[in-house]
Design a protein around this ligand. Structure first.
Ligand code: WQD
Length: 341
């Protein structure tokens, strides 16, 4: 059977690159478009080494109509997985216009160009951030969309709305909104992983940089929350599990379901201190830390209800937080400066 072509926007990024590997493993043909604004071209040869096959890559901007048209006219695309977007919460507060322009334009451009080439399937990289400040946990897909605590989260809420409105008048169009919780971990090879620019905003890349001696200690933002150990709780999901969830969702899209929404998480909450201890246990590396003031915008606890994804697409996370700590550490030990090495 001919391999289906999957356009992966932002496919050189952290989650995108892991999904490209999974797509090849499942017999799909991934085609990457990425402007390399927040990723490295060095990812491509590593993806080809891991998969043992050539991977098509277009350097381009998904906001740019000509760039999108070039890929769609040169390839018969069966589905799009849309990762491309700016995603740093703190940065979005400082640069709201850049975030709204970039994240909304990319989705609008895809929705204008895809129908011209008969492409009617798309997976959107959404986020648990759309739930806002949870009133309860675990979070269920039918829970109301919350009030975003930052422009990044607001762009995800607006993009979900754009897809909802589009599907309302295009019944033959299929969309999957995948709400990621907290992706961590790395491919077992240690060849690809999370490589944030500058000082990491997120917990795991900061911990791995402490582990390799790039940072001398971790600051834990608050230990006075109403949680068992006082630190915030999140649902940390291995990025390889997350990638698997995308491939299982593709199968669902080809059944013409219309618009579907799934949480991609483990269903288990882990506190900051529990993650630090899991890291030390999994790697034998001590992670010195200090307790610092709370970070604005942090929610006390959020983790996923996972039964809808399990029931409808057969998704269940396989890796534990310790597995993720081991793999993140392996990636960082092999690449202390990320892709700069
Ligand atoms: C997790 C916990 C921090 C750093 C955000 C976005 C989400 C997704 C992931 C893009 C919190 C604590 C962190 C540190 C710390 N974004 N922390 N010291 O905020 O849950 O989610 O990033 O894909 O959409 O909302 O992730 O890793 O920043 O924080 O104590 O140096 O770790 O306070 O409790 P978050 P995070």
């Amino acid at each position: 059977m001919e391999r289906k072509n999957i356009l992966v926007t932002g496919g050189m990024g952290y989650i995108g690159s892991h999904t490209v590997i999974k797509l090849v493993e499942y017999g799909y043909n991934p085609i990457i478009i990425d402007n390399l604004a927040n990723s490295s071209e060095k990812v491509l040869p590593r993806l080809e080494k891991i998969t043992g096959t050539k991977i098509a890559f277009y350097k381009g901007d998904v906001c740019n109509r000509e760039d999108v048209d070039k890929v769609l006219s040169e390839n018969k695309i069966d589905a799009v997985i849309h990762f491309a977007g700016l995603k740093a919460v703190g940065e979005s507060v400082q640069k709201p216009v850049e975030y709204y322009r970039n994240n909304l334009d990319s989705t609008l451009t895809l929705l204008e160009e895809m129908p011209k080439y008969g492409v009617k399937n798309i997976i959107f990289s959404s986020s648990a951030t759309v739930y806002g400040t949870p009133t309860h946990v675990p979070l269920v897909e039918s829970d109301p969309i919350g009030q975003a605590t930052n422009p990044y989260g607001q762009t995800k809420i607006i993009q979900e709305g754009i897809f909802q409105d589009y599907c309302h008048v295009h019944p033959d169009f299929n969309v999957a909104l995948l709400r990621y919780f907290n992706p961590i971990g790395a491919h077992a090879s240690g060849l690809i992983g999370e490589a944030p620019n500058g000082i990491p905003n997120n917990l795991m890349p900061y911990v791995t940089q402490v582990a390799v001696g790039k940072r001398d200690h971790l600051s834990i933002f608050g230990d006075d929350y109403n949680t068992p150990d006082g630190t915030c709780i999140r649902d940390y999901i291995h990025v390889v599990d997350l990638a698997e969830g995308h491939v299982l969702t593709l199968k669902k899209l080809f059944e013409n379901p219309g618009l579907v929404i799934y949480n991609l998480g483990t269903g288990k909450g882990t506190s900051v201190l529990e993650l630090v201890h899991a890291y030390e246990k999994a790697t034998g590396v001590k992670i010195p830390y200090v307790i610092a003031p709370r970070r604005a915008g942090d929610v006390e606890a959020n983790y996923a209800a996972t039964d809808k994804a399990e029931r409808e697409i057969g998704f269940k996370a396989k890796y534990t937080v310790e597995d993720s700590c081991r793999d993140s550490n392996h990636w960082q030990q092999m690449n202390p400066n990320g892709y700069e090495d």
